[in-house]
Design a protein around this ligand. Structure first.
Ligand code: SF4
Length: 172
């Protein structure tokens, strides 16, 4: 079960993990705002999964539940507590979905981004995986030119590259 934050980051991670695993992609990102931005990103993950012939799960978009989860942390700077809560919120869904469907592992594409701290992501992912009885793949996918490869593949497939992380608080 691979939690995909967006199609560009998923390009390289799908290539890496599909060498070892049968992947299902989970696009669960109610942090993305506004709705037209969500639509752009969700259309491209569909396109990418078609290209890669990979199964895609896309729960209904409901930004309200995400806003509720980060209540009180709205004004935190990017990379701080609001982001940790945001990662946890999305990873819980991934771990729960993986556990319910009988998958043994879950992972995330988030460490492709040079703006994301893999230590934070891996620590949150591991704790949540333990809670749900699955294994989290602790990785830093930006390594070995991972970020560059994701940019090259995004261009090759003509994918939309967003200019901000996702929530309204990250629009600069
Ligand atoms: S900046 Fe990104 S990771 Fe942080 S809360 Fe907003 S959407 Fe989530």
């Amino acid at each position: 079960m691979l939690h995909a934050c967006c199609a560009p980051c998923a390009t390289h991670v799908i290539d890496v993990l599909s060498q070892t695993y049968n992947l299902t992609i989970l696009f669960f990102n109610p942090n993305i705002q506004p709705a037209n931005e969500y639509i752009k990103r969700s259309e491209d993950i569909k396109n990418l999964c078609d290209i890669k012939n990979t199964e895609l799960l896309m729960p209904e978009y409901n930004p309200e539940i995400w806003l509720e989860s980060i209540k009180g942390f709205e004004s935190e700077p990017e990379g701080e507590e609001r982001c940790r809560v945001c990662f946890s919120f999305r990873f819980k869904k991934a771990a729960e979905t993986a556990a319910m469907a009988g998958y043994s592992n879950f992972a995330t594409t988030l460490t492709v981004s040079p703006h994301k701290d893999p230590k934070v992501i891996n620590s949150i992912g591991k704790n949540i995986a333990d809670e749900f009885g699955v294994k989290f793949l602790e990785e830093d996918f930006k390594k070995k030119d991972g970020y560059k490869k994701s940019c090259d593949l995004s261009r090759k497939y003509g994918l939309y590259r967003q200019k901000y992380c996702g929530c309204v608080y990250s629009i600069h």
